[in-house]
Design a protein around this ligand. Structure first.
Ligand SMILES: [Fe+2]
Ligand SMILES: [Fe+2]
Length: 356
């Protein structure tokens, strides 16, 4: 169960660790997200937290695995495998960011301080912190995957890494919470609600300011400071893609609803007509409510809420000649008609060289 979802974890949910390796032989541009420094440093600042943060998640969950039902025990094992691999890949991502010239020591020191603080807390508090943070990672993952233009023009290997991570975060989003439900099975409903609500407030008050401080620290290294930079950060958070705003919008919260298999075919851009109570809203249709499928990831059910369907994932490979120069889609027909192509030329999207 997602931490704010009332829908139970599906019985047939399968958590599949996909042992992918990314970018060993690649360089990483400082502004690898299509030349957009704001989007690039958002990912880099977030990535710095992953190796140690996800190791903490694993320890917090494993500390409460004794006596859990067999199904949950299997899910904890799969969750652990996924997070270990995520940590390994983000170590590489962070090393490439350092090789690109970023000094990550200030951000890493902040993560170390948090880890020291966590050691002093009871295991159940660490598990509660984990469910709050896993909730945010699942929501961010959903936002990243739902926006079909999010990684257009990004360096393909790193875009693939983030999509792969997002898929697996959504897949295992209920594991920490289900473990906590088991660990607190003797608690009253009121005590559970109070505890998780207080933790959510505490995590929220720290999580977002820290991400913004991290982004500013990295942008400062690029020589980007001042109110216009701050304004662009807030636009990224609250405008487009609106990571922070969407994290607090109820309809953007992930749930365990299975995507309708014919959703893509019904999508207006695909020539279909939306029907029924689960059809995407007109606004969502305009934003592109589809879910990319990562090569080699196989079927990924239960990804996102309502009106979603699978679409090809942008991936490494030769760019079709019909695509715009900063699109890495291998699928020319989808590229030329996608909102990605429109966003490439949109002044509100990614303006390239002159980003302010
Ligand atoms: Fe992860
Ligand atoms: Fe996770």
């Amino acid at each position: 169960m997602s931490s704010l979802s009332r829908t139970p974890t599906p019985q047939d949910l399968s958590i599949t660790p996909r042992d992918r390796r990314f970018g060993r032989d690649d360089r990483q541009g400082r502004w690898w997200m299509n030349g957009d420094p704001i989007a690039s440093v958002f990912h880099t600042a977030l990535s710095v937290t992953f190796p140690k943060g996800e190791a903490m998640f694993i320890e917090a969950v494993k500390a409460h695995r004794d006596g859990v039902p067999e199904k949950l025990a299997r899910e904890i094992r799969a969750f652990t495998q996924q997070e270990v691999i995520h940590s390994r890949e983000h170590v590489v991502f962070n090393r490439k960011a350092a090789e690109a010239g970023y000094d990550l020591s200030e951000l890493e020191a902040d993560v170390d301080n948090v880890m020291e603080l966590i050691k002093t807390r009871p295991p159940i508090v660490n598990l509660m912190a984990t469910i709050a943070l896993e909730h945010y990672t699942a929501m961010m993952a959903a936002i990243m995957l739902k926006d079909s233009a999010m990684y257009d023009g990004a360096e393909p290997e790193w875009a693939a890494l983030w999509k792969w991570h997002a898929i697996e975060e959504i897949e295992h989003k209920g594991v920490a919470y289900d473990t906590w439900l088991h660990a607190t099975r003797d608690w009253s409903r009121w005590r559970r609600w109070k505890a998780k609500s207080l933790m959510m407030v505490a995590i929220t008050a720290r999580f977002w300011p820290k991400r913004i401080r991290g982004m500013k620290a990295l942008l400062q290294q690029d020589g980007l400071t001042g109110w216009r930079v701050s304004a662009r950060i807030w636009w990224f958070m609250l405008g487009y893609p609106g990571i922070l705003r969407k994290s607090f919008v109820r309809r953007s919260r992930p749930s365990w609803q299975r995507p309708r298999p014919d959703a893509a075919a019904r999508h207006p851009r695909e020539g279909g007509r939306p029907e029924g109570p689960l059809s995407p809203s007109p606004r969502r249709r305009l934003r592109g409510g589809s879910v990319p499928k990562l090569d080699g990831c196989g079927e990924v059910p239960y990804l996102l809420a309502r009106g979603t369907g699978d679409r090809p994932c942008h991936r490494s490979g030769p760019r079709p000649s019909s695509c715009s120069s900063n699109c890495n889609s291998p699928d020319a027909s989808r590229c030329s008609n996608s909102d990605a192509a429109r966003r490439h030329s949109s002044p509100r999207g990614r303006p390239g060289g002159s980003w302010l």
